[in-house]
Design a protein around this ligand. Sequence first.
Ligand code: AMP
Length: 429
Amino acid sequence: MADPEPRPRKFAAPRGTTDVLPDDAPWWSFVRSTAAQVAGRFGYRRIETPTFEHAGVYLRSVGAGTDIVEKEVYLFEDRGGDTLALRPEGTAGVMRAYIEHGMASLPQPVRLYYVAPNFRYDRPQAGRYRQHTQFGAECVGDPSPLADAEMIDLLCTFYRELGLRHLNLKLNSIGDANCRPAYVEALRDYYRQHLDGVCADDRMRFEQNPMRLLDCKEERCQPIVAGAPRLRAYLCDACREHFADVQAYLTALGIGFDLDDTLVRGLDYYTRTAFEVQPLQEGSQSALGGGGRYDGLIELLGGPPTPGTGFGTGMERIILNLKRAGLEPPPPRPLALYVAHLTPEAAPLALRLAGDARAAGLQAVVASAGRSLKAQLRHAGALDARFAAIIGASEVATGEVTLRDLRDHSERRLAAAAAGDAVASEVPS
Ligand code: AMP
C-alpha cells in the first residue's frame, strides 16, 4: 500500500515573537488608548513611519559598537539591491521623516508620538522579544531642560494613568561633544589597566564605544564598573547647569528620581539627559521605558543642527507589569444580541435584525446556518450574549421575532423592526 500523504508542516510563530490573542486585546486597547490620550493632552501628534528604512538611517545614527547595530538589527537586501533594515528603535526613522518633510520650518518644537513594532535579534526571555512594540514620543527643536522634564512628566503621567505604581526613575547626564571626549579618554585610561579582567564584549566596547562599558551586566565586570571614573565630575558648565535645571523642574513637578551615573543608554546619539524607569524589585533587564536627549542625531542624519529629546516604552513589558500588579483592563463590550434562525427563509430577517442592532451601536452576532435551535442557544450562552432573537417559520410569517432575555429566560414576541431598539433600550452601547 502506498504511504499516506505526509501531513503539511505546522508552523509556529518565529522565536521571540508573540500572537496577541483576543483575550489579551483589551490590555492592548487600554494601553494604546491611554498612550494616545496622554500624548494628546501634552500636545503630541501622531506620526507613523515605515517598518523598514534604508539601513543607513539606523547604522549611522544608533552607532557602531552598540548591541543594536552589532548583533540585533534585521538587515536585508531587497530584490532591487537596496540594503534595508527592519526598525530596531523608533527615534531615527522619525528624525529621518522630520528632515525629509521639512518639519524644521514648522513652529518649534515639533511634538510627535508613535506606537510601532521594533525588531531586534535578541535572546528571547520574559519581557524580551524579537518583535516588541514601543510607545514613543519625540520633542524636536527645543534644547531646554524644561523639554526634558516635560518629556519625563509625559512618561510618568502615562504610567500613572495606567495604574502602575512603585516605579523608580533613574536619571543621569552623559555630557555632550564638548565635555564627553575628555571623559571617554579617562575611561579608556582606566579600562586599559583592567582589560585582562573584563568580558569579551567589554574588550570590543573598549575599542568601539567606551561609554557602553558602564552598562555591562556581566557579574565579573561589576567591580570594574564600580571603580570607573564618574562622568559627572567631567561635565562642562553648560551640561552641569542643564542637568541641574532638569532636576529642579522634576522636583517642581513632584517627580522623584535617583541619580545613577552608570546609566548610559544603549544608543550612541544621546547627549546630556538620560533616563530610565524601572519597576522596583526587578533586575536590570527590566526597564519599562527610557529615553533622553539626542541633540546630535538630526545632524548625523544629514539635517540642520536640531536639538531633540524623547522616550520609548515597551507595551509588552507594561502589560506584563499591569498583570503582575493584579490590575484589570476595562472589560470588552458585551455581546448584546445573538440572532438565532431556524429556516432558510429566516436567514435574511436575521441578517437585517443584526444590522439594525449594530446601527444602534450594539454588538450583534448572527448564528451560523443549519444548526439546531438548541445548538444555537448554547452558542449564545457560550458567547455570554445578553439577548437572543429567535426567528422561526411562524416569526417569518408575521414579520416578528421572539426575543429571549438570557439572564432570566423570559421571552416576548415583537415586530422585527422594533427588536433592535428594544435591545438597545436595555443594553448600554
Ligand atoms: P530601548 O529602545 O532599548 O531604550 O527600549 C525602550 C523600552 O522598550 C524598554 O524599556 C522596554 O520596555 C522596551 N524594550 C526594549 N527592547 C525590548 C525587547 N527586546 N523586548 C521587549 N521590550 C523591549
